[in-house]
Design a protein around this ligand. Sequence first.
Ligand SMILES: [Zn+2]
Length: 470
Amino acid sequence: MLSIYNTLSNKKETFERPKKGQIKLFVCGPTVYDKTHIGHARTYIFFDVVKRYLSHLSYKVIYLQNITDVHDKITERANQERVKPLVIARRYEKYYFAAMKKLNVASVTKYARATNYIPEIIKQITILLSKGNAYIIQNDGIYFDLKSFPEYGKLSRRTTEQAEDAISRIDESVSKRNKGDFCLWKFYSGEISEPFWETKLGKGRPGWHIEDTAITEKNFGPQYDIHGGGVDLKFPHHEAEIAQQESASGKKPFVQIWMHTGALLVDGKKMSKSLGNFITVEDFLKTYSPQVLKLLVLKNHYRSPIDYSDRIAKEALIEWDNILQFLAKLNFVKKINKVSKTLSSDIETLLTKFYAEFNGAMQDDFNTSKAISSFHLIINEFQKRIYSLNIKEIKFIEQRVVNNLNLLGLEVKLPKIPAKIAILGKKRELMRSNKQFIQSDDLRKEMDTLGYTIEDTPLGSFLWPQKTSK
Ligand SMILES: [Zn+2]
């Protein structure tokens, strides 16, 4: 039975299969004004796993993600570079897609750009105005009236901002009725650089929160199953989404389950350009492989904060290297122990236990951290007897391990040992069998300087590249 922690109820809930058998999942996408950093990647890596695992449980999932391509941060950047806002938006959207592609975060069914939903935004604002949930400030904008929605704060259990909240300057105005009222539509001020749309509500641009509810209402209707995003979006962004959609449709709850990923700090501090601790996905991948970033993210419980440092990146690298080395060793043994015998019952038991542990962890609110521990247990268990495994057993183990890794979005690509190195390895083996230990040791040193280690096993020498970052 799958259980998911729901931010709205503040507890783990048993996940009920939606009536239509389809799960509608929406996750807040990027505001495209800068390169995607590893904190953003954390959220998208995690929800990619959510989608993969739900599909594995044979749910049909429609995964929708918005692209915020109109936002004051985009306009600001455009002004700095003296280009149009859309130039910035499209440039960083490209960076985002490139980063996701490299990370093989491929499970989004549909991306929706906010600028393609202006009519839907206008429609929602019109309804909110007619129902008395929104009001107009002349020469300024249209705002949501928080007094009209007494349940405001039910998701985050607060109604005022805190330091870690993601806020948008568009919501600022001195003439608002209530301090927390947020902007639905900002009128064009006359500033040349400002993007605007001519609409029946006046010339202007949308607020941030309304983009998402206009997109989800159009694609999913007024109610859907799961909404995800980073914890910094809980307030006011997600709170505002609830206020807008529940006021507009009169239907509650807007979203059945709210899921939030924890923050990613760098050396204990919030990532920021001014602190110089801003790590883009692109930068990270200059040193490490995409699998290392994914493992680093998934090793941590999704709701816990991650304090990123070089140390934890290196730890993830070593962990990933161990998993790959185990799989490579199975391959190595497979080539030698070619006789296909039967699967011994204790191995079958171990594999069943491994799958049960993995699955149990995933069913318990997507506990990827525990799911990853199950790999180490199985590796330790098989490591002891790896050289006596027969080909049939190896195939079963390989399949189970690789399938579970794939459910976590981790792809196995074993390093190739160059022919030159393999020849040196053979040469050394020959020297060893001829008891030419001095020469054999020299050759080991030579291979070491070439970046390869040799392990003498009962089945011959096993070669492995040293833990280079890539
Ligand atoms: Zn959003």
